[in-house]
Design a protein around this ligand. Structure first.
Ligand SMILES: [Zn+2]
Length: 290
């Protein structure tokens, strides 16, 4: 299986070094060290490529040999000041950079975006309201008042390709407000007290009224947009009867492989396909089986 987008970061996260100030400082001063800069979830870029800046970083991402890779959040500046100060000409979403940077750069940028988003949204302790202070090179926050430790938050979501009992068709749904031909696999967040398989079964009953026999884990994908971890499953429906929950979906249909290839061709032609998501992988795996 080829690597899914944003997975397989090659940087050494060097978790044992995160409290070693001397080592971090040397990694920061290395001639190949990089500090990536973000502004409100967007990456500061010049000519379509991320800029490297000299600002004091907020987070250590990892090491490339002895050179450190860091990230800084400039959201407190206004956008034009952030651009001028860093020599950037744009602020681009990481998912928009995905087609033009290599796989390692995409994984690094996604990781940086997720870490900085967490910092920006965890400025205070949820227990006492005290200010949080960075520890472990930005991988922990500690409440300055009560000492509570806060860890980067990851929100798991299940995404499932459901096939018909005979395996010849797959079930895709269209969300409320989506374009007329925007059919996608079914997905939802895992709730507290659920296993991943429980979440898959619940989501399918809630959204499309489908009970499934086997549920099989297929692959996972880092999805820090802003804090997701996507867990991809394959499930086999007990029957082809569908009862769509009109709150979330407007329709759900069974697609043959031929139908799905035609739908994908339409999306490619319109430029609306999303090649960086695990959904493409789940669909392609099923297409390749037929
Ligand atoms: Zn506190």
């Amino acid at each position: 299986m080829s690597l899914l987008p944003y997975n397989g970061l090659a940087l050494d996260r060097a978790s044992a070094r995160r409290s070693d100030e001397a080592w971090l400082s040397s990694a920061r001063r290395h001639p190949d060290a990089r500090v990536l800069a973000f502004w409100r979830d967007g990456c500061l870029t010049r000519d379509g490529q991320p800029v490297t800046v000299s600002e004091e970083p907020h987070v250590f991402l990892g090491a490339n040999g002895r050179a450190g890779v860091f990230a800084v959040d400039l959201s407190e500046l206004d956008e034009s000041t952030a651009r001028t100060r860093t020599g950037a000409d744009a602020v681009l979403d990481v998912r928009r950079l995905f087609p033009v940077v290599d796989a390692q750069e995409a994984a690094t940028l996604a990781y940086a975006r997720g870490m900085l988003h967490w910092h920006r949204n965890q400025r205070f302790c949820g227990a006492c309201g005290g200010a949080s202070v960075a520890r472990q090179a930005g991988h922990q926050l500690e409440c300055a008042s009560c000492g509570r430790l806060l860890f980067p938050r990851i929100e798991p979501a299940v995404i499932t390709l459901v096939t018909s009992p005979d395996g010849a068709r797959c079930l895709l749904g269209r969300h409320r407000g989506a374009a007329p031909d925007a059919y996608s696999t079914l997905a939802g967040f895992v709730e507290i007290g659920e296993s991943l398989e429980d979440a898959v079964r619940r989501e399918l009953v809630e959204e499309v009224g489908v009970r499934v026999a086997a549920v099989r884990y297929q692959a996972s994908q880092a999805w820090p947009f802003p804090a997701g971890l996507m867990l991809g499953f394959r499930a086999v429906a007990e029957s082809e009867e569908v009862a769509v929950d009109q709150e979330e979906l407007v329709a759900a249909h069974w697609f043959t492989r031929e139908d799905l290839r035609a739908l994908q061709a339409t999306h490619r032609a319109a430029g609306t396909d999303r090649q960086d998501s695990i959904e493409s992988h789940l669909l392609q795996t099923w297409l390749d089986e037929g």
